[in-house]
Design a protein around this ligand. Sequence first.
Ligand code: SIN
Length: 293
Amino acid sequence: MSVLRGNNGPRYRHSQDATAPYETLTIDKLTPIIGAEIAGVDLSAPLANRQMDEIHRALAENAVIFFRDQHLTPEQHLAFGRNFGTLHIHPAAPHAPGHPELMIIRADKDSPRANGEGWHSDVSCDPEPPMGSILYIKQCPPSGGDTLFASMYAAYEALSDRMKAYLDGMMAVHDGEAAYRGTYKNLGIADKPVYPRAEHPVVRTHPVTGRKALYVNRGFTTRLLGVPRDESAAVLRYLCDHAEDPLFQCRFRWTENAVAFWDNRCVQHRAMWDYWPHTRSGFRVTVAGDRPV
Ligand code: SIN
């Protein structure tokens, strides 16, 4: 992996080593940096060990993976998620009746907002934020409703060496208060007395790949610690602008019954609500994670 800054060639150059072919999956990369569509797997069935290993590998190599034409019951969606760890329960959002781990994702003509409209990493305000999220969209608008994903490995690697040195060891506050208080009032969901708040490293090391990723986002990160408030605001603004550079992104155009599985430890995402008054709906299963290091 190398990064070039200045006038000689691309600002970011991704150079992943050639990898061995997959045996049980077909991989179609959306960009060299992030995202791949996977074919040859039925997520409703129990998966053989080899196929599970290759899904883990595809997620590690691409940070977000997509599966089309999947037909999942809520139980099958939950069972697929449990292959990757304990399931996380969202601190605020509504869930399917009887399934607290099955978050409802829906926007229609009466919605005051849609889920995930700003760039974020899911529930990064938790002391142990989710490792990954598995979104199953069952109903799509006629057009629009794409989701954008950005590689925080690429965002980190494209920082200047001076900025990397400045951020080394720095911690940041991630606060759920602004994101969640009152957000689901229109659905009759009462606010909790408090929402999660945590301090995380600004640069985290991915526990599987060992790569460094920028871990601040506009949705939850409110303060860089150890620097004056105005410096925190200015640097945070720069880092969020930088993280949202289209150079680090892929964009997924949904079709009904598609699944996206993203790794929150190295990816931010943003959902486009450009389809009003149409409806887009589905469910998200979120896999619990570890304290970032
Ligand atoms: C989310 O989980 O943030 C919502 C993403 C989407 O609806 O595309």
